[in-house]
Design a protein around this ligand. Structure first.
Ligand code: ADP
Ligand code: MG
Length: 580
């Protein structure tokens, strides 16, 4: 191939104009399909590709670590319904991006990981190339689809296929393996242009069968205590008006999963968020809309679901999701927009809303819980506890409902999810299905880039540390991101001691009195140290008004947290723990 390239270099200029190469074909294929942003980290063999993409008008955002870039791409996919693109170098860069690709697949977010790779001939003979690795084979089990492109003429169809695989049906992650040699491969420009494919109807509507709609409506009509659970699939679907109409017309109480908060406001009279355990226990018919009965819903059985026998209706685009944990008596397979519209249509005729016995009991429970919590949210303790600090942030989001909220941590996550009400769809983005740590900074960057709205990140100190270096990226692109680090000196809490009395601190403990705000200052952003809710409120409002990259080190009582937040029960217990 290098011989060909050389012969081009000596060829007449008019010949050169008729040629294109792998670099340009990939860029053209992405642009043709409206993929105008790339999140990545430059290096061999994709450095020039990034430069050229920028020169051709693609927004190329360079990160400090591929994992954060990958998380950014994954959430860009969730927010836009177009695959988020992450670009990495070979072997180690690819592996760093792969965690995010697996995360995207697990969460049903469309994403394409594009990695440069070593030459096939050398990799396949295991002859020890620079960063040699059979990346395609490694990616396959961790994503929805994986393709390798060996010929420039195939780039158009490969990109089209990757896009369709990512967004159609249940969305997920796709891997595109591009060996170094592909980038410089040349071909006739006219043929190259013709080889590009603009994907037609990338995520076709999937219309539910009329029988499945009738079955679901029959089950709903027979319910005494119905409940709707909205998941992030419902938020992803962007069928906001139809979902709101279905909930309000039916009069059925709804429970939003974490990232579905705000699809309808948490303050909506039918929202059962603050009565979660009651509705899970007492409901007799549960309709899941874009939510899976996985660990986050205790697999649809066991103590948290109480003794009331349940009938489940499930709306999902993935037929294999049905009956995954418990029997689904009314599976409705299709895209949420189409399914909800069909249900709404059917419900119009002779529908009776649930009894006030049921809805009134929920309202009472919810109001009780909210008023019990209210005084705790108003405390002005210093050092702060979680409730005092989150009470302030709750007010700030109520006053700024368009802001994006990023949230990760353990206690910081669990308590913020419950305390901070959301008012608009797709404003809350968090740790998702895996409860993963490290998504925060990538999510902040993508949220700012994709929505153009100010971003508030509520971060545990441990969670922040996984991708903290990306504050440089935030400053470099001057993004309107305000990060609040809930600093309690450690993981879960900062009070553990080394039982041996040795010099090392306990495994869950960090540097006491650390000043994360200085990290932001190092790159020209604003750093603030706060010790009380009043100070926190001022600092966040200033940041949100100014739009300047800001990091607020919020000093939290090291004793305030609990082990693993709300999921301490998932820790295995040693019976020998107390023995010496
Ligand atoms: P949550 O964690 O909020 O409960 P999950 O990630 O468990 O949400 O579930 C999301 C579900 O939504 C997945 O089963 C996925 O197949 C489904 N889904 C995603 N997009 C759509 C869509 N457009 N139409 C129908 N179902 C969808
Ligand atoms: Mg779920």
């Amino acid at each position: 191939m290098s011989a060909t390239v050389q012969s081009i270099a000596v060829a007449a200029p008019e010949v050169e104009q008729d040629l294109t190469d792998g670099f340009h074909l990939i860029i053209d294929a992405l642009k043709l399909n409206g993929l105008n942003t790339i999140y990545g980290v430059p290096g061999i063999p994709i450095t020039d590709f990034g430069r050229m993409a920028q020169a051709e008008g693609i927004r190329v955002l360079s990160f400090r670590h591929e994992q954060a870039a990958g998380y950014a791409a994954s959430i860009a996919g969730y927010l836009t319904k177009k695959p988020g693109v992450c670009l990495t170098v070979s072997a180690p860069g690819f592996l760093n991006g792969l965690t995010a690709l697996a995360h995207a697949t697990t969460n049903c977010f469309p994403m394409i990981l594009i990695s440069g790779s070593s030459e096939r001939e050398i990799v396949d003979l295991q002859q020890g190339d620079y960063e040699e690795m059979d990346q395609l084979a490694i990616a396959k089990p961790l994503c929805k689809a994986a393709f390798r492109v060996l010929h420039a003429a195939d780039i158009g169809i490969a990109v089209a296929r990757a896009i369709r695989a990512a967004v159609s049906g249940r969305p997920g992650g796709v891997y595109l393996d591009l060996p170094a040699k592909l980038f410089g491969q040349v071909m006739d420009a006219g043929l190259g242009q013709k080889s590009l494919v603009k994907v037609i109807d990338a995520a076709p509507a999937q219309i539910p069968g009329p029988d499945s709609i009738k079955r679901a409506l029959d089950v709903l009509k027979g319910a005494k205590r119905p409940l709707i659970i909205l998941g992030k699939g419902a938020a992803y679907a962007q069928a906001d008006d139809a979902i709101k109409a279905l909930v309000e017309t039916s009069g059925i109480p709804f429970l939003p999963m974490s990232m579905a908060k705000g699809l309808l406001p948490d303050t909506h009279p039918q929202c059962a968020g603050a009565a979660r355990s009651t509705v899970l226990k007492d409901a007799d018919v549960v309709m899941l809309i874009g939510a899976r009965l996985n660990w986050l819903l205790s697999h649809g059985k066991g103590k948290s679901w109480g003794d009331t026998p349940k009938k489940f209706i499930q709306i999902d685009i993935e037929p294999k999701e049905m009956d995954s944990n418990v029997e689904i008596v009314a599976p409705v397979v299709g895209d949420i927009g189409s399914c909800v519209a069909a249900l709404l249509d059917g419900i119009g005729k002779g529908w009776t809303k649930p009894s006030t016995d049921w809805t009134g009991a929920i309202t009472k429970k919810r109001d009780d819980n909210i008023s019990k919590m209210a005084p705790r949210l108003m405390n002005n303790n210093s050092p702060m506890d979680y409730h005092g600090a989150l009470g302030v942030l709750r007010t700030i989001i109520a006053e700024r409902p368009d802001a994006m909220l990023v949230n990760e941590g353990a206690n910081t996550l669990d308590l913020a999810r419950g305390i901070i009400d959301m008012y608009k769809p797709r404003k809350r983005i968090d740790v998702g299905t895996w409860g993963i740590m490290g998504i925060g900074m990538g999510y902040c960057i993508a949220a700012a880039i994709e929505t153009g709205k100010p971003v508030l990140a509520v971060e545990g100190d441990s969670a922040f540390g996984f991708s903290g270096m990306e504050v440089e990226t935030i400053c470099r692109y001057n993004l309107p991101v305000c990060i609040v680090v809930f600093n309690n000196d450690g993981i879960y809490r900062g009070t553990d001691v080394n039982p041996t009395g040795g010099e090392d601190v306990a495994p869950t403990v960090f540097v006491k009195g650390a000043r994360y705000d200085k990290m932001m200052e190092a790159f020209g952003g604003v750093g603030v140290n706060v010790t009380s809710p009043d100070e926190l409120k001022r600092a966040v409002n200033n940041a949100m008004d100014s739009g300047k990259p800001t990091l607020i080190n919020a000093v939290i009582d090291p004793a305030a947290g609990s082990e693993s937040g709300r999921i301490g029960n998932l820790n295995p217990q040693s019976v020998l723990k107390k023995k010496k």
